[in-house]
Design a protein around this ligand. Sequence first.
Ligand code: ZN
Length: 496
Amino acid sequence: MKIVIAQMKHETNTYSPVPTPLARFALGGEVPPAGQQAYAAYKGTGSAIGAFIELAEGAGAQIEIAIAASAWPSGLVENSAYEFICDKVCTAVAAGCDAVLLDLHGAMVTQTFEDGEGELLRRLRAINKSVPIGVALDMHTNFYPAIAEHATVVAGYQTYPHVDMFETGQRAGRAILALLAGQARPAMAWGNKPMLPHVMRQGSDDSPNRELQARCKEMERDGALCASVFVGFPNADIHNAGLSAVVVTDGDAALARRWCDELLEMAWAQRKGFVYEIEALPASMARARQLADASDGKTGPIVLLDHSDNCASGGTMDTMTVLGAMLDAGLTDAAAFAIFDPTAVQQMMRAGVGATVTLPLGGKLDMPSIGLTGQPRTVTGRVRLISDGVYRNYGPMARGETNHMGPTVVLVVGGIEIVVISNHVEPHDLAAFTAVGIAPERKTYLMLKSRVHWRAGLRALARGIVECAGTGVCTSDYALLNFKHVRRPIYPLDAL
Ligand SMILES: [Zn+2]
């Protein structure tokens, strides 16, 4: 038995000016790894592709890893990158196999295709009409009919932050192995609702997503092979952005339909719970200070979340609004992760450790889609540390995977240690800080360019949480996003 395994993961923010060439998928190299190199990168990690490898080996299958291509969210995927990745997967499948296991994101928009995953699956089906294809998808999938039409089994993450990537790969992979063994006949139903849940309200520890995901798990206990609610990714101006559900049963199409509809009705009834109320930045700053000053006996930092500019939603990660407000407010004993500014990093590396530098920090990228130009902030500070920016996640999210921040500098400005990076990486793992010699649990304030993923590795440390409305293409204000292509009417853009 031969199984082709591949990964193609990208969440596309159609408002983001950050380019998405092939190199962004390459884990610090020039092209994404394949074969043995991909095996070494993902075997034993907490990823869906890691689960596929383990399952296929357990089944005694011959494995071919066509490509392992994962990039941090950004703007439209360049056609040349997309075609390179698809060609690798198509070539491997064309050579013949008994099954295909794909670790996809589910919100990839290319320069040509609104539904990158659906197009890949369509091409694979054109090569082989009957080969079983199992797909693991991110909870932020914007689902398109072509995915359901051409995949045999679809399973989505049931947690946000995504700490069950491995388990999701197991669910998709086991259903395909059962099919190959003649022990299951997957029957799939999907559907969507005209609603754009706000990312800040999508955490699976919070209602209403907590209850939706719990119901999915219950359906799986009651016999569903995979039950998934996709909360969707709203910073994508495409027709099918928004919430959807997929249920796969063993041979019972009517039950799959009924359960899928139940999940959709449940989500629709709770749509108000997915609407986010924004706090103005000055009020957030005042509240952060109050929380820090409160002598409530607790320890740990007050976490300030710059939710308009996190790179895991395609942010430039270089807007200075929230960090600037912290500097203006004179907050001290603080750390900030991170500002993306490769130019500043190079300048600080030339200056060297211990040097005092004055430079324009951040604000290098314009954001024409939301009418903003980059606004650097000139700061004076001391270069405390220079690093190669490589670290391995402790977990629980993406456990064991290696991150490449590129050349990285810790710059101390006033009382704030600012991590300045050359590649986008969102802080969801304690290792992001230990890699650069910062103990976040000992800080009074911790500024994170993150929305929900930070909770995976850092929430347990937080004494208080303040959600700060900065600026950027991950803006939490839908009114700033000029939606043209998403289907209308849709809640809450339209009163439904
Ligand atoms: Zn996601």
